[in-house]
Design a protein around this ligand. Structure first.
Ligand SMILES: Cc1cc2nc3c(=O)[nH]c(=O)nc-3n(C[C@H](O)[C@H](O)[C@H](O)COP(=O)(O)OP(=O)(O)OC[C@H]3O[C@@H](n4cnc5c(N)ncnc54)[C@H](O)[C@@H]3O)c2cc1C
Length: 281
């Protein structure tokens, strides 16, 4: 039986400042963005929280803009906003690709980047992209703003470093050069939770600057994971076969209802192979 809405409270701030004060003074409150994940929990009667903070009106958190060298994507930017943004498509096409594969049109119109990050599902499609992009999560409270490297944001299964008085306000993405790739493998091409997601990028070395390789996987572990030893092997110029051997050693995929560890291992190797062979195209 679906959970009940009656008996739950929704606070409706009109500005970020109001929202942060409410979080500080009237908490604990659960932030509510597009509600596409929260509503699923309500429907399955697993939503325990009773007091919510509506972020939907906070237009200031929806902007996508350049600040200096950084691309700043507001937490309330929806997946549709992300897909339509010329800045995102130019600077980080793998993020536009990931958002374009989140659910269907309705989910993309409501679901937000901040919600995808905060929900901390191992299958969140944008998470491997942000890991591969060396992104930074911007967290804000009435006490100020702090920046956390995306690779340090998750502390375990569905656990993050965000404090209850903080909101994710944006994500900052540095300048990325070279080839980027996003691949999602699931039961169907659309509307399916992934079995393996990979985001990767390759920036050839320039002068004394070494090559940069980033490879991140989703849906294979309790949190998004970077294949750091495989990255280092490829960046050092070793052959793909050597890197595939390293990937096989460092990757210990989960076995679950959606797929087996063996399948995930093979798919991950195939995705890496395709990416690496196509990197100069
Ligand atoms: C039919 C369907 C298909 C889906 N398909 C996909 C898919 O293919 N890929 C995928 O990755 N996801 C998918 N999802 C999950 C969901 O749509 C995404 O995770 C979406 O980005 C969540 O964003 P939201 O704004 O709706 O989050 P909400 O549901 O509003 O919030 C999710 C969580 O994040 C917290 N939160 C939200 N915003 C903030 C913030 N700014 N600061 C702090 N905490 C915050 C909330 O408290 C809550 O815990 C699907 C969901 C449905 C219902």
């Amino acid at each position: 039986m679906p959970g009940r809405i009656a008996g739950r409270t929704l606070l409706d701030p009109r500005s970020l400042g109001d929202a942060l004060k409410m979080l500080r003074d009237e908490g604990p409150l659960t932030p509510m963005a597009g509600c596409t994940d929260l509503y699923v929990a309500l429907n399955f009667a697993t939503l325990k929280e009773t007091r919510f903070l509506n972020l939907w009106r906070l237009e200031a958190l929806r902007t996508i803009e350049l600040r200096g060298n950084l691309l700043c994507v507001g937490a309330m930017a929806t997946h549709t906003d992300v897909v339509r943004s010329p800045l995102v498509r130019r600077r980080i096409p793998m993020l536009a690709a990931a958002s374009s594969e989140v659910g269907g049109a309705q989910i993309q119109n409501r679901g937000t980047l901040g919600g995808n990050i905060a929900n901390a599902s191992p299958a969140g499609d944008t998470l491997p992209v942000l890991a591969a992009a060396d992104a930074t999560v911007v967290l804000t409270s009435t006490a100020g703003t702090r920046r956390v490297a995306f690779s340090a944001f998750y502390t375990g299964y569905r656990a993050t470093v965000r404090r209850p008085d903080e909101l994710i306000t944006s994500v900052e993405i540095p300048v990325l050069r070279g080839r980027q790739s996003f691949r999602k493998v699931g039961t169907r091409a659309a509307q399916a939770i992934s079995k393996v997601v990979m985001a990767a990028r390759f920036e050839p070395g320039r002068g004394s600057a070494p090559a940069v390789v980033r490879i991140a996987f989703g849906s294979v572990a309790p949190t998004v994971v970077r294949a750091t030893r495989t990255e280092a092997t490829l960046a050092a110029g070793h052959a793909l076969d050597v890197a595939l051997g390293v990937l096989a050693e460092e990757m210990t995929p989960i076995d679950d209802i959606r797929s087996t560890a063996l399948y995930r291992r093979r798919v991950a190797a195939n995705l890496l192979m395709q990416f690496w062979k196509g990197r100069e195209v």
